[in-house]
Design a protein around this ligand. Structure first.
Ligand SMILES: Nc1ncnc2c1ncn2[C@@H]1O[C@H](COP(=O)(O)OP(=O)(O)OP(=O)(O)O)[C@@H](O)[C@H]1O
Ligand SMILES: [Mg+2]
Length: 256
């Protein structure tokens, strides 16, 4: 875990008081579809601070877990709370969510960010400077006026992260944001996420890429068949996994 960060001071939206979302807590969360249990009584708390990597093989339930914590889907059993209370739409801008495939409006790069700021309730007068700052932080200032949908995959994903960060979320949740990218673009995304984390944003990052998990994680949540098989500091997880499923995954012999 990184020292000397004050995670207690999240940014506010405009001058409005800050509504907290952290810690995000899932208690006994189950998801069932078509007679299958896809998440099975998952207990997980995302505290402010560490960079958490949620790892596991295809189909383990990583995306479902991230979505349920972000209140994009409701659990069939159990509950999710944000800062001790039920999730609310009003606080949604305090969570930045980034998907595997960036979803861009048919507008310029900067207008995509401006729009997110508007939706988050940031006063008009602040939107331009905040959007420009966000683009500069992603190395995209030169492309501010370009249509977002003509940017390369890597640029679009950097833009998606910049857009999510522009509202100064307490937490950034990313679901395999580099799955479609080449190694250079992947490292650029990792750098962007690391900088956001070092600046005080809590991060939950889903990946099944072991190398990426080693590069990024403070702690690992390892999901297997809809259950948390292991939740441990990254160094401990890689050196001495306590579950057979995690050991098999690290050695490349775990099938979904
Ligand atoms: N709406 C749904 N209806 C039925 N099954 C679903 C639904 N959503 C997800 N599943 C199933 O739930 C399981 C977990 O899905 P999830 O997308 O969370 O996996 P994942 O760990 O993110 O996998 P991947 O690494 O491939 O993205 C999969 O077997 C998937 O087919
Ligand atoms: Mg997934």
């Amino acid at each position: 875990m990184r020292p000397s960060l004050d995670f207690a001071t999240g940014g506010g939206v405009g001058d409005q008081p800050v509504d907290r979302v952290l810690p995000i807590r899932g208690s006994g969360v189950s998801i069932r579809r078509a007679g299958r249990t896809l998440l099975d009584r998952v207990d997980l708390t995302i505290e402010p601070g560490p960079l958490t990597v949620i790892m596991g093989p295809n189909g383990a339930g990583k995306s479902l877990l991230l979505r349920v914590l972000a209140a994009l889907i409701e659990p069939d059993d159990g509950a999710v709370s944000w800062a001790g209370t039920a999730p609310s739409r009003r606080r949604a801008p305090r969570l930045g969510f980034v998907f595997q495939k960036p979803v861009m409006l048919r507008r310029s790069a900067i207008d995509n960010v401006r729009y997110a700021l508007k939706v988050a309730g940031v006063p008009r007068i602040e939107r331009d400077s905040r959007a420009l700052d966000a683009l500069a932080g992603a190395g995209l200032d030169r492309l501010a006026g370009s249509p977002a949908r003509v940017l390369s995959g890597g640029e679009q994903q950097r833009l998606a992260i910049a857009r999510a960060l522009a509202t100064r979320p307490e937490i950034l949740l990313l679901d395999e944001p580099t799955a479609n990218l080449d190694p250079t673009a992947t490292l650029a995304i990792e750098d962007q996420v690391r900088r956001a984390h070092q600046a005080g944003t809590t991060v939950a990052f889903v990946t099944h890429d072991l190398g990426q998990a080693r590069r990024l994680a403070d702690q690992i949540v390892f999901l297997h068949q809809g259950r948390i098989a292991e939740h441990a500091p990254a160094a401990q997880f890689f050196a001495q996994p306590s579950s057979e499923a995690a050991a098999a995954f690290i050695e490349g012999r775990l099938m979904p």
